[in-house]
Each structure stands twice: as C-alpha cells, then as structure tokens.
Ligand binder design. Structure first.
Ligand code: HSE
Length: 361
C-alpha cells in the first residue's frame, strides 16, 4: 500500500485540523483513497519542531490532547524549541510538505522560502498560503516542474471547496471570460451580522472566535485577502499575470453599519466582491470592492462563511461554485484534496513508466 509521510509546517488551526483528520480517520481514508498518511515532522513558531528520523511517525494523539497555545516540543524525543524550518523542510524524511503558516501579502515570506526549500529538496508541496501562490505562483509552478514534484494550492481560494480544481479540470472546451465572487468568509460573515444589528467590531470578534479570520483580520476586512484570491484565480483560470497593483482594492471600512442596514431595508445586500474579466485585447482587468447587490443577484444569497464564485463562460453562461470559504477543518480538507492530487499524479506517472517499460520489453 502506498504511504505518504508529511511534514507539517505551521501547527495552527489548519495543520492541526489535518493532524486530527489523520489521527481520527486515517484508516478509513486509507481504505477509501488507497494510500496511508503519516506525519513525520511538525514545526511551529511557538511550539518548536518535532522530527522522526528513525523511520517511525509522530504519535499525534498526545500532541492533539494539549491545548494549542501550550504545546512545547522541546522536551520530546526529536524535539527542539526552535522551529528550524529550513532544516526540517530540507532534511526531514517527508514526501510531502504541508505549508500552512500565516499569509504575508507583502512579499509572501517566510512561506515563499518554505515552498522553495521543499521543492528544491524534491518534496511535493501542498499549501493553503495565499502569499507565495498569488505573488510567485508561476515561478513556483515552473520550479516544481523542473524538480519533478507537485505544487498544489486548492485551499488558497475558498478553503476546501474545489473551485480551482473545478475550473482547471471541468471547463475543458469552455472559454472563460471572467468571474465574480464572494471570496472571504470573514467579511461575508461580518456583513451578515452587521445587517442583523451587531457593530463591525463585535462581528469581527465573532468571526475570529469561529476561526474564519486571519491572525490579523485587517486583510479580511479591507479586501487584501480577496485581492490575493482574485490574483490566484485570474492567473490560473484566465492565464493572467496580475500583480497586487493591478487589482484595485476597496474594503469594508468604506461602509458604515447604517449603510449596510439601510441597504437591507431597500432590498439590497452589500457584498465584498472580487472580480476579473478579459478585455477585448486579451488583457485582464480585476478589482475588489463592496457592491450593493439586488436580491435576485446570484451572489446576494451567499451568506455567512459561505463563499461563491460565478464563472462567466461562452457555452454555459454563468457557472457558480459555492461552498465553505473558511474554517480550520474546511481548509484542512483542501490539504487532503491536494495530497490526493499528488497521489493521482504520481500514480499516473508510475503507470506511464510501466507502460513505457512494457513497450521496451
Ligand atoms: N480569512 C479567510 C476568510 C480564510 O475569512 O475567508 C480563508 O482564506
């Protein structure tokens, strides 16, 4: 039976939820998906690093029994108080690096280096981190191609809802002219709660407690998180090469609670909309801004942490993908779906090699 050994870089909500999935349903997943999963290394800014170099795997249950803020790897065998990210990523005996550290929208670091180190070390990378993908996605894909490894990032847009894979795999033969979407769970949740009477500050605090918001919720509220997602989606689906400066961004601070409630009374609903469209000359224009949508608009009914992207296509008109846009478990599922993509690709390559060998024999 095939088995993949994982190094988890960042042990906050998402990778911890992935570890929970592996600990609680690893056997079921193995029977269903045809491969086993083990965790052989974990690094975390606060807890340090933990690495198995003896051919075994980390026993996850005792780690998961400790509250996140209290985890300390330093006293454990193979543990260190220092995350030692570069050493762990390059040297730990992992097949796949699951990168889920915080997103840095300015330059993508330190996640960008994490991804590069892993690819250079010949390891597949699955990441939920928008920074490296939005800012350097094309270069990283090329680096991964040259090193013969996979670089997967489904969780960077709409958490585990397969919006990137749907567009890549299911739209063959369609021309996609553009898309518009509600792509941030926090801001969408906040708008709904403000509509029901909460202040912006209280609604943001709720979204943080529910695990939707980034460590610094400013990126959620001011649209920078959506800006990165628009870049990722436009670069992947429309073949664009957008930089942050190409995507003008207005956030929710342009709105007051009164604006939100007044619009609701008039049958309108404010949404933070990210969009991109191909111009007649083939270039792509994109933006992020709050828009007051009429009730009949397909995105008006997308509420709470649910997100949706409507793709505009030639043969089908609008095709809308909707589902969770944020959350620990939902984003951990994205990593699992990325591992499955790695498995499918490596199984296909192995199959092609066997066929070639059979042809030579
Ligand atoms: N903070 C993000 C959101 C998480 O609220 O949508 C997913 O990128």
């Amino acid at each position: 039976m095939t088995r993949y050994d994982l190094a988890l870089i960042g042990f906050g909500g998402v990778n911890r939820a992935l570890a929970e999935l592996i600990a609680e349903r690893g056997d079921t997943l193995e029977a269903e998906l045809g491969f086993g999963l083990r965790v052989v290394a974990i690094t975390d800014l606060r807890a340090g690093s933990l690495v198995c170099t003896d051919g075994g795997a980390i026993d996850l249950a005792p780690l998961l029994a400790v509250a996140p803020g209290e985890l300390d790897f330093s006293g454990l065998a193979g543990g260190s108080p220092d995350p030692r990210n570069e050493w762990v990523i390059r040297e730990a005996p992992a097949d796949i690096v699951a990168e889920a550290t915080f997103t840095n929208p300015a330059d993508g670091e330190p996640a960008l280096s994490h991804v590069r180190w892993a690819i250079e070390a010949g390891k597949h990378v699955c990441t939920t981190n928008k920074g490296p993908v939005a800012l350097h996605g094309r270069a990283l894909q090329e680096l991964a191609r040259r090193h013969g490894v996979c670089f997967e990032f489904e969780g960077t847009v709409m958490s585990g809802t397969p919006v990137l894979r749907t567009a890549r795999r299911m739209f063959g033969g369609l021309a996609v002219h553009g898309f518009e979407g509600v792509m941030n769970g926090t801001s969408n949740y906040v708008l709904g709660r403000v509509e029901s009477g909460l202040s912006f500050a209280d609604a943001v605090a709720e979204a943080q407690a529910l695990g939707y918001a980034e460590a610094d919720p400013t990126a959620d509220i001011e649209g920078h998180d959506v800006q990165l997602k628009v870049m990722i989606l436009a670069n992947e689906v429309l073949g664009a090469d957008l930089r942050r400066a190409d995507v003008p961004c207005t956030g929710l601070s342009a709105l007051t609670a009164d604006d939100v409630r007044r619009a609701a009374a008039e049958g309108l609903r404010w949404k933070l909309v990210g969009s991109a469209a191909r111009r007649p000359d083939g270039t792509v224009e994109a933006r992020v801004a709050p828009v007051a949508l009429p009730a009949e608009h397909p995105l008006a009914g997308v509420c709470g942490p649910v997100n949706a992207v409507a793709f505009h296509t030639d043969l089908l008109g609008a095709v809308t993908v909707a589902g969770p846009g944020a959350g620990r478990v939902e984003t951990a599922y994205a990593l699992l779906s990325d591992v499955l993509a790695v498995h499918e690709r490596t199984a296909n390559l192995a199959g092609a090699e066997l066929l070639q060998e059979a042809g030579r024999g």
